[in-house]
Ligand binder design. Structure first.
Ligand code: FAD
Length: 346
């Protein structure tokens, strides 16, 4: 296993690079596994093994991830950055190289006018925190699966509001040859648009972001959050494993993508264990034994029918990642090129 010596060297370099404090060097908190099934880390519950899955946390997170990204680049190992896995279909063949899971890089700090949130913090934890503190502005995100990092990267949008509407600075890790530095990126409105962020088309690790909030009425905040969560439940979001909407909406089409798919008579259609939700045209669900290939074939079928029967090019929202060599779908490296138009000020 060629990644084993790589990992050993990385751990040792991280420990040596950290100046020891009075109590000795800070411990490196690191969970890792070889051949880790990605089905355990995605909301769709599909995905074969990642060659090496790593979940670092604690004080040495940015030092470790900086070294990881730099050394993996030199050694030619691809690194895929994982948030909550709520927008992903990982290939049944898994992911070659390294998966960097940000799930242990969590924390929320209150600042003047906002919150600074580490990227691995779940959206639920953030909205609950804001509600407890009587801070308003994030209610629309209540019930959104995933982490802050994924929501910023995707520029997630719920109930007519996008993450970019409440985003201040984002902090990213930029690798420069052998070193990595933390860099703050201001939000320029032109860099973000519907479900697009300047981080797409990049392989930069998002470390954290500042979110704008203001004092509000705690009862009203709580009420609104409950309404959003209940609405999602009514719409069947949590009934089966899925990754939410498969395709983006497009105003030029005149109706929502879900409605178009329903008009095509595709609701309820299934392929293997993957099924177009009988209650929502734009959600594919895993009924229990779906493979990633079933989900991909079903999504391709929907796109082909929309094109053939309505002349519409549906744009995928869910990301197909990992080793899709046989089908020619996106590999992590190709995925980084999704959007090179919106590089903004990175
Ligand atoms: C039931 C359900 C309902 C949903 N409803 C909505 C909805 O209303 N609106 C909506 O927009 N989406 C929705 N989604 C999709 C999903 O919740 C969002 O896309 C979410 O923002 C993904 O976050 P994540 O942390 O899971 O990211 P992942 O799925 O893990 O990753 C998504 C992308 O972000 C990148 N990424 C993640 N973290 C980082 C980081 N720290 N640094 C750099 N890159 C990173 C990954 O590499 C990947 O390219 C829904 C999903 C489900 C399952």
């Amino acid at each position: 296993m060629i990644l084993r010596p790589f990992l050993d060297a990385l751990i040792s370099e991280t420990q040596q690079s950290f100046p020891p404090g009075p109590g000795g060097p800070a411990p490196l908190i690191l969970d890792y596994r070889f051949d880790e099934p990605m089905a355990a880390h995605t909301t769709f519950k599909v995905g074969g093994p990642a060659d090496l899955w790593l979940r670092p946390g604690g004080e040495l997170f940015s030092l470790f991830t900086g070294l990881l990204l730099s050394r993996a680049g030199e050694a030619g190992f691809p690194v895929f950055i994982l948030g909550g896995g709520a927008n992903l279909v990982v290939s049944d063949r898994g992911i070659r190289g390294i998966v960097l899971d940000t799930g242990d890089w969590t924390g929320i700090e209150q600042e003047a006018g906002g919150l600074y949130v580490k990227s691995g913090t779940s959206i639920d934890e953030i909205t609950e925190y804001a509600a407890r503190q009587g801070l308003s502005g994030l209610e629309f995100l209540a019930g959104l699966p995933g982490t802050l990092g994924g929501a910023v990267w995707m520029n997630a949008r719920c109930y007519e509001k996008s993450v970019s509407d409440i985003l201040g600075e984002t902090e990213i890790l930029v690798v420069n040859g052998k070193t990595a530095e933390r860099r703050r990126v201001s939000r320029y409105p032109g860099d973000f648009s519907y479900k697009r962020s300047p981080f797409q088309g990049q392989d930069k690790l998002i470390l954290g972001a500042r979110l704008s909030v203001s004092r509000g009425d705690p009862e009203k905040i709580r009420r609104e959050m409950t309404e959003y969560r209940e609405d999602r439940e009514r719409k069947g979001h949590y009934r089966y494993p899925s990754a939410g909407s498969v395709f983006k909406n497009n105003r030029d089409f005149g109706s929502s993508t879900g409605q178009i798919i329903e008009e095509l008579g595709l609701r309820g259609l299934h392929l293997g264990g993957a099924r177009i939700a009988p209650w929502h045209g734009n959600i594919i669900i895993n009924t229990g034994n779906a493979g990633a290939a079933d989900i991909r074939s079903l999504a391709d079928l929907v796109a082909a029918r929309a094109k053939a029967e309505r002349g519409l090019e549906l744009e995928r929202e869910i990301l197909f990642v990992g080793d899709w060599e046989e089908t020619g779908a996106e590999s992590p490296a190709e995925k980084r090129n999704i959007d090179n138009e919106t590089r903004g000020n990175l």
